[in-house]
Design a protein around this ligand. Structure first.
Ligand SMILES: C[S@@+](CC[C@H](N)C(=O)[O-])C[C@H]1O[C@@H](n2cnc3c(N)ncnc32)[C@H](O)[C@@H]1O
Length: 290
């Protein structure tokens, strides 16, 4: 398709460090031992550099476009709901244009049996689901994350928002996707196993210890990402996160022995990601349950 230059092919090459200098794009952070790279770039500029059919799994936590100037509750106090200019409320046509554009690139770069996860709330998830279907992905699951500790709704005009969605989709209807049934079984205790097998995951929000290097306004809890990565990828697989923020996906990949490439266009978030990655132990057998 001519989307990328020959010299950019090494973006996902972890083995020849000298070649990286030949690309126009330097990684913001590169851990050659654990095969982890972060890039500071806009997602659409980056896609042009990625070859077709090269990624095993995508975990995407894109902008939900919910920052409308409304109020929420943070640490018991009224606070503005806004996450950043990247999350500003837009007309639904613009949200859908954005989602279809980046998801069509994900379709191209996934290996034939690859899958993608996409997070969202009602603000973006219907558009994401529609785009996935327009692009002939096969939707495998719609996971509902029930937050154990949601902030109360201070407006007294709505039910408390206590859930998010994670859509899981295969590149094509024919794809033989990875689902590590036995591995999930082996690491689950009896109490937890019920929750692992359902598409309703009741889990707490991100813990304070995951924020010691700084706060990202929409950081995902490691527990959720670990369940995703363990279930749908294998050791040594290449995982790509096009909106990696504070690097939660990378931290989990490092713990679980997966290769990782993450990008974000805000350097302040990549600085948090880098510190988190450096602080993460090198023990690839790290387990997370419960
Ligand atoms: C929902 S947050 C991801 C949070 C992440 N999962 C974590 O645990 O920290 C979305 C991220 O996408 C980034 N972003 C938004 N638009 C982008 C774009 N066009 N290209 C690259 N990154 C973008 C934002 O800076 C933000 O950090």
């Amino acid at each position: 398709m001519g989307y990328y230059l020959e010299s950019d092919l090494d973006i996902f090459n972890f083995d020849h460090q000298s070649e990286i200098a030949e690309t126009n794009l330097q990684p913001f952070y590169h851990d050659s031992v654990n095969r982890i790279k972060l890039y500071n770039i806009d997602v659409f500029s980056f896609f042009h550099k990625i070859p077709d059919n090269c990624v095993d799994l995508v975990f995407a936590d894109p902008p939900y476009f919910l920052s409308s100037g409304g109020i929420t509750c943070r640490s018991g106090e009224k606070a503005c709901v806004n996450k950043g200019s990247w999350d500003k409320l837009r007309p639904i046509q613009s949200v859908h244009y954005f989602n279809k554009k980046w998801l069509s690139e994900i379709k191209r770069i996934l290996k034939p049996n690859g899958t993608t996860w996409v997070c969202g709330t009602f603000h973006n998830i219907f558009s994401v689901g529609y785009a996935l279907q327009e692009l002939n992905f096969k939707i495998l699951n719609n996971i509902v994350w029930e937050k154990q500790d949601p902030p109360p709704n201070l407006t007294k005009k709505y039910f408390t928002h206590a859930s998010e969605h994670l859509l899981w989709a295969a590149k094509t209807k024919k794809a033989k996707h990875t689902f590590n049934y036995q591995e999930l079984r082996d690491i689950s205790d009896e109490k937890l196993i019920k929750s692992v097998w359902k598409d309703l995951w009741t889990l707490p929000s991100v813990t304070k210890s995951e924020k010691i290097f700084g706060k990202h306004p929409t950081q995902k809890p490691e527990k959720i990402v670990k369940r995703v990565i363990l279930a749908s990828s294998n050791i040594g697989d290449l995982i790509f996160d096009p909106f990696c923020g504070s690097g939660t996906t990378g931290v989990v990949c490092k713990k679980l022995g997966r290769k990782f490439v993450g990008i974000d266009n805000e350097i302040k978030y990549l600085n948090i990601a880098k510190q988190r990655l450096i602080a993460t132990g090198n023990n690839k057998n790290t387990r997370f349950f419960p």
